[in-house]
Design a binder for this molecule. Structure first.
Ligand SMILES: NC(=O)c1ccc[n+]([C@@H]2O[C@H](COP(=O)([O-])OP(=O)(O)OC[C@H]3O[C@@H](n4cnc5c(N)ncnc54)[C@H](OP(=O)(O)O)[C@@H]3O)[C@@H](O)[C@H]2O)c1
Length: 319
């Protein structure tokens, strides 16, 4: 099967490419910057130029493709408005997939998006879900919450570097998941006919709140944290200010998203049916405790090897 992956340089996309190559797929990656994507080529993927902001570049990337996994999304640093990438770019991609008679189309949405249509990023995801369900394509949509990998920059690194850990509230619980597990489900879905035209949420085994994660990081790293709380009103104020300038729209949209995760909702749902459908045992899914334990063990070992004394530049260490 010839597979096209979008977002292969991203946090989730790279795990999808890795998994697909390991399982013997012929993998093409739509990338907008070849230099940044060189590691994907070294792994064995073929790189093909495409940019969701440039609709004319999309159709050619689908030539000879059987299935497509879209793990792309606008970077907060991108100067363009997320609409151009996460809405219009994706509309073009869906139309091109129809014309190219793509047999399977995998898309990642956000869990509970229907509850927050007033949040721009959620609305974009809902519109693409709608477009896929009307497209006639054999799609699979995986709504997600957050990734373990994001918790490293949000909590683990600041704690190691003795920097403040910014949290918005301690009541929201999120069942974070490892991107390697998401990749496992996404690739497996391609060979399970009953995942066609389905929306299948993917979550980790336990919903964690901020204070529990901080406590876990403190225990595993042996360091005390320095927690700073951001009041919701301040988050809203910054969001309103960043909305004023076109070049900060992306930041404003991300802040709106952060605000949702600070409202005290529960981002969790039962995965039992999904484990059954994929014939995956819940014990096979990575636990946050184990993931962070491995992370801290690796980083502490590396720091020892480097005879690390200043507790600085941890971010620059390459794993
Ligand atoms: N991260 C989360 O916690 C989370 C939660 C829920 C859902 N999701 C969804 O999961 C998926 C993967 O998220 P992620 O966090 O792994 O994303 P990410 O790390 O931010 O990566 C985004 C990817 O999209 C690519 N991209 C951006 N603009 C593009 C354009 N104009 N044309 C082509 N490619 C472009 C980027 O390429 P460059 O390297 O060239 O920038 C990168 O490969 C997304 O659909 C996201 O909405 C993520």
């Amino acid at each position: 099967m010839s597979l096209l992956v979008l977002g292969g340089t991203g946090t989730l996309g790279r795990q999808i490419v890795r998994r697909a190559l390991d399982e013997g797929f012929q993998v093409k990656c739509l990338v907008r910057n070849f230099r940044k994507a060189v590691f994907l080529k070294e792994w064995g993927a073929e790189l093909i130029y495409g940019d969701l902001k440039l609709p004319e570049t999309i159709p050619m990337t689908l030539l000879g493709i059987t299935a497509l996994i879209d793990a792309s999304t606008a970077r907060p640093s991108d100067l363009y408005n997320a609409n151009q990438i996460d809405l219009y770019g994706k509309y073009v991609l869906i139309e091109a997939a129809k014309k190219a008679k793509i047999k399977r189309y995998v898309f990642f949405s956000v869990l509970n998006a229907h509850k927050y249509p007033e949040i721009p990023l959620m609305l974009l995801k809902l519109k693409i879900e709608q477009s896929l369900s009307n497209s006639g394509l054999d799609y699979t949509i995986f709504p997600l919450v957050g990734f373990f990998q994001g918790l490293v920059t949000q909590y683990a690194l600041p704690i190691l570097e003795k920097q403040p850990v910014w949290i918005t509230a301690d009541t929201t619980s999120i069942a974070y998941i490892d991107t390697q597990d998401v990749a496992k489900f996404a690739i497996k879905s391609l060979s399970i006919p009953s995942t066609r035209k389905q929306v299948l949420p993917l979550l980790g085994n336990y919903p964690w709140n901020s204070l529990e994660i901080i406590e876990l990081c403190e225990k595993l790293s042996g360091q005390r944290s320095n927690v700073s709380k951001v009041p919701i009103y301040l988050l809203r104020l910054v969001r309103q200010l960043t909305k004023v300038f076109q070049w900060t729209w992306n930041i404003s949209e991300r802040l709106a998203f952060t605000e949702v995760t600070a409202r005290g909702d529960n981002f969790d749902t039962s995965m039992e049916k999904i484990y059954d459908l994929f014939q995956i045992n819940r014990n096979e899914v990575m636990l946050l405790e184990v993931y962070l334990q491995e992370y801290f063990t690796k980083i502490m070992k590396k720091l020892k090897e480097l005879n690390y004394v200043n507790n600085q530049d941890i971010e620059k260490i390459d794993f």
